[in-house]
Ligand binder design. Structure first.
Ligand code: IMP
Ligand code: MG
Length: 185
């Protein structure tokens, strides 16, 4: 279904259509279902950005799994990471018995996930892996690689499918490059 969104006018270019994203999510779901068969899978969604990825991915996973959420903030309302990560909401459940997959919308500098991975490692889960819909490898500032990736994208600021600029555009069903005029001057 093709809808017209009021926010479409702020988008320079559609990078990934709804259909392309759906295909990626299905593949990620198949890979995780295969790799975690017989394990005790816990999907941890890093809010708010990954809410849409999480909602679709968990339904593309065909083995039993638990879910939980963390809220962290690192960006404020700008387009550059501040480097500082703040835990706004922690997990609800103890994780020692779980094989964790951290679910992210986008891996950019890697600062956020690197920090979270270390933090959760300290709680002794069985294992921790990383799944991200989008990866911007050119922007990496710390040594971290996702285990499951939808697709790598160029270094541009993107919105939609959960990703925001100043809390807007998260409800766009596609991923698009935001016009510079929206956040410059
Ligand atoms: P990192 O710590 O730099 O890897 O930042 C990861 C977080 O930054 C993501 O979860 C997003 O919230 C945000 N982010 C990074 N790149 C973009 C982008 O292009 N658009 C919107 N948010 C982004
Ligand atoms: Mg985010």
């Amino acid at each position: 279904m093709e809808r017209e969104y009021r926010m479409d006018k702020d988008i320079e270019k559609v990078l990934l259509s709804e259909r392309e994203i759906a295909r990626m999510i299905n593949r990620l779901g198949r890979e995780i279902s295969r790799d975690y068969k017989g394990k005790n899978l816990l999907l941890v969604s890093i809010l708010k950005g990954s809410v849409v990825t999480m909602a679709d991915l968990m339904r593309a996973i065909t083995i039993p799994c638990a879910i939980d959420f963390m809220v962290v903030s690192s960006y404020g309302s700008g387009t550059q990471t501040s480097g500082a990560v703040k835990i706004v909401k922690d997990l609800d459940i103890p994780i020692e018995d779980y094989d964790i997959v951290l679910v992210e919308d986008i891996l950019d500098s890697g600062v956020t996930l690197n920090y979270l991975r270390e933090l959760l490692m300290g709680r002794n889960p069985r294992s921790i892996k990383i799944c991200t819909l989008l990866d911007k490898p050119d922007r990496r500032r710390v040594d971290i690689k996702p285990d499951y990736v939808g697709t790598a994208i160029p270094d541009a600021f993107v919105v939609g499918y959960g990703l925001d600029y100043a809390e807007k555009y998260r409800n766009l069903p596609y991923v698009g490059i935001l016009k510079r005029s929206v956040y410059e001057n």
